[in-house]
Design a protein around this ligand. Structure first.
Ligand SMILES: Cc1cc2nc3c(=O)[nH]c(=O)nc-3n(C[C@H](O)[C@H](O)[C@H](O)COP(=O)(O)OP(=O)(O)OC[C@H]3O[C@@H](n4cnc5c(N)ncnc54)[C@H](O)[C@@H]3O)c2cc1C
Length: 450
C-alpha cells in the first residue's frame, strides 16, 4: 500500500493496465478535472487524455478586456500542454460517442480519430444562445471566443475609421450613423461588461479621429428581462444601470431583437436602429454535442446525479455549463448556474469521484456555496457581490480584478494579466487595428464549430 497526491489516501493495488481517463473539453471544468487527476493518480495507474478543439483554457470572464485591447489575447489563453504535462491532448471536436464500445469520434484538422476510454468526463461547455431570429446568425457576433473578441475590437475600430472619412452628404451622414452605432443584446454579465468597457474605451480614443466626438458614438444595451445584471440583485443592477445611463448608454429593457441586417437592427417594439455592429450576449446554450448523445437533458443540459455521474451510462460523468448538476447548496431541484466558478469546482470534485471509482478516496456529491459575481464596468466602475456583500465603484472594481488574479489558473497568466493592467493605466490606450480575424470566422455559427 502506498499513498500519493494531496493528503494521505489509502490505495488499492494497481490494475494490470492503466485506466484510460478521457475528458472532453478543456475549459474550466475539463482543465481543472485533469489537473486534479494528475495530482490524485500516479502515471502507472491512469493515462489521461484531453479532447478539445484548442490547446488552451480560455479564461472567458476577461474576454471584454481583450475586446478593448487592455489585455492581449494570449494573456487569457492558458497553455494546456505547459500546465497539464501528463495529459495527452487530441485536438478536435468530438462528433459522436459510442457508450457501448467506449469510443469517441474526434474530427480534427487532419482527419478523424477514434479515442477509447474507460472513464469519461464530459465538459464541452456551452455556445452562444441564438434564437431563431432572422438575420442574427449572419450578422451578429458573440463574445465567447478569442476570435470573436478580437474581431469585435477590430470591427469597431474599422467603423470609426470609415465614419471619419465619409463625405458630408445625406448618404454619407446616414452611413456615419450606422457605423457609429453599437447594439449589444443581453444585459447579463457578458453584454453589460462588454458595453460598459467598450464605451469607456471608445470614449477615450474617439478624439483621435478628426471628425468624431465620443458623444457621436451611440450605444444600445437591449434585453428582454426587466433588469440589468439580474444575477446581482435589484440594488446593484440599478447601480450598474445608473453608471451606464450617466455615460450615455441607452438601455432598452423588456424588448428584444425582431430581425437584423448588415446595416440595421429592428427591435420587437418596432424601432429600427441603423447599425453595423450587433453583439450577441443573450445567454448560453449547452454544447451541441449534448443533443447528439440521446440521453435525458434538462433545458438542454445533460441530466446528472449529485455526484455528477450520468444515469444509465456507467463510468461517465458530466460537469460545467453542459450538465445540469443539482445545486445542493441552494436548491437541489435546480441546476447550478452556468458559471466558471461552478465549472471549476465541479472539475475538482469530479476528479475526486473518478479517482474514487478506481479505489482512491471516496466519491461525494457536488456542493459549493456560490461566492457571488463581480462585474467590471470599465474605468473605475464596477459592481460586485462577494459572499453576499454588495459593493460598487472602485472598491468593486478592485475586488473584481483581485478575484480574477486569484482565479487565473497559473502564475504566468496572473503576471501577464497584472502587467497588462498596469501598462493600461500608465501607457496610452492601444488603438491599432491588426485586422487579423476575418468577419466570417467570428460569426456565432462558426464559433460553435458548425
Ligand atoms: C464573456 C464572458 C464572461 C464571463 N464571465 C464570467 C464570470 O465573471 N464569472 C463566472 O463564474 N463565469 C463567467 N462566464 C461563464 C464561464 O466562462 C463559463 O460558465 C465556463 O467557461 C464554463 O466552463 P465549462 O468547462 O463548462 O465550459 P468552457 O469553459 O466553455 O469549456 C468548454 C470546452 O469544451 C470544448 N468543446 C466544446 N464542444 C466540444 C466538442 N464537441 N468536442 C471537444 N471539445 C469541445 C470548448 O472548445 C471548450 O474548450 C463568462 C462567460 C463569458 C463568455
Amino acid at each position: 500500500m502506498r499513498t500519493f497526491g494531496r493528503g494521505s489516501r489509502t490505495k488499492t493495488p494497481l490494475p494490470l493496465a492503466p485506466a484510460r481517463i478521457v475528458a472532453v473539453g478543456g475549459g474550466f471544468g475539463g482543465f481543472h478535472a485533469l489537473r486534479r487527476l494528475q495530482k490524485l493518480l500516479e502515471p502507472e495507474r491512469v493515462s489521461l487524455t484531453l479532447v478539445a478543439p484548442t490547446d488552451y483554457l480560455l479564461y472567458s470572464p476577461l474576454l471584454p478586456e481583450v475586446a478593448t485591447g487592455v489585455l492581449d489575447p494570449r494573456d487569457i489563453a492558458v497553455s494546456i500542454r505547459q500546465t497539464l504535462r501528463r495529459t495527452r491532448t487530441v485536438l478536435g471536436h468530438v462528433s459522436s460517442i459510442d457508450f457501448g464500445e467506449r469510443t469517441l469520434r474526434v474530427e480534427g484538422r487532419d482527419g478523424i480519430t477514434e479515442v477509447e476510454w474507460d472513464k469519461l468526463i464530459l465538459a464541452p461547455g456551452s455556445v452562444t444562445r441564438q434564437f431563431d431570429i432572422p438575420g442574427v446568425a449572419e450578422n451578429a457576433h458573440g463574445l465567447k471566443t478569442l476570435s470573436e473578441a478580437t474581431f469585435i475590437r477590430n470591427h469597431v475600430l474599422a467603423q470609426l475609421d470609415a465614419a471619419d472619412s465619409l463625405p458630408d452628404t445625406p448618404a454619407g451622414r446616414a452611413e456615419r450613423i450606422e457605423r457609429l452605432t453599437v447594439v449589444a443584446v443581453g444585459a447579463g454579465y457578458t453584454g453589460t461588461e462588454f458595453v460598459a468597457q467598450m464605451q469607456n474605451w471608445v470614449k477615450g480614443i474617439a478624439t483621435r479621429w478628426a471628425s468624431i466626438d465620443p458623444s457621436d458614438v451611440r450605444w444600445l444595451l437591449v434585453d428582454l428581462a426587466p433588469a440589468v445584471l439580474p444575477e446581482l440583485g435589484d440594488k446593484l443592477g440599478k447601480e450598474a444601470m445608473d453608471v451606464l445611463t450617466a455615460r450615455g448608454v441607452e438601455i432598452r429593457l423588456e424588448v428584444s431583437v425582431a430581425s437584423a441586417t448588415a446595416t440595421s437592427v429592428t427591435l420587437t417594439d418596432g424601432t429600427v436602429v441603423p447599425s453595423r455592429t450587433l453583439v450577441w450576449g443573450a445567454g448560453v446554450a449547452p454544447s451541441p454535442l449534448i443533443a447528439k448523445l440521446d440521453l435525458p437533458t434538462e433545458k438542454g443540459r445533460l441530466v446528472v446525479e449529485p455526484d455528477m455521474t450520468v444515469p444509465g451510462v456507467p463510468n461517465v460523468w458530466a460537469i460545467g455549463d453542459a450538465a445540469a448538476v443539482p445545486d445542493l447548496a441552494l436548491d437541489a431541484s435546480k441546476p447550478t448556474p452556468p458559471t466558471a466558478q461552478h465549472a471549476q469546482r465541479q472539475g475538482v470534485q469530479v476528479a475526486k469521484n473518478v479517482a474514487a471509482s478506481l479505489g482512491v478516496g471516496e466519491s461525494k456529491p457536488y456542493f459549493h456555496k456560490d461566492l457571488g459575481l463581480v462585474a467590471d464596468l470599465g474605468g473605475f466602475d464596477g459592481v460586485a457581490k462577494p459572499l453576499g456583500i454588495p459593493l460598487k465603484g472602485p472598491v468593486a472594481k478592485f475586488v473584481a480584478r483581485s478575484y480574477h488574479l486569484y482565479a487565473l489558473p497559473t502564475a504566468a497568466a496572473r503576471v501577464r494579466v497584472a502587467t497588462d493592467w498596469l501598462y493600461s493605466t500608465i501607457l496610452p490606450t492601444r488603438v491599432v487595428n491588426l485586422d487579423q480575424v476575418r468577419a466570417e470566422d467570428a460569426l456565432i455559427a462558426k464559433a460553435q464549430g458548425q
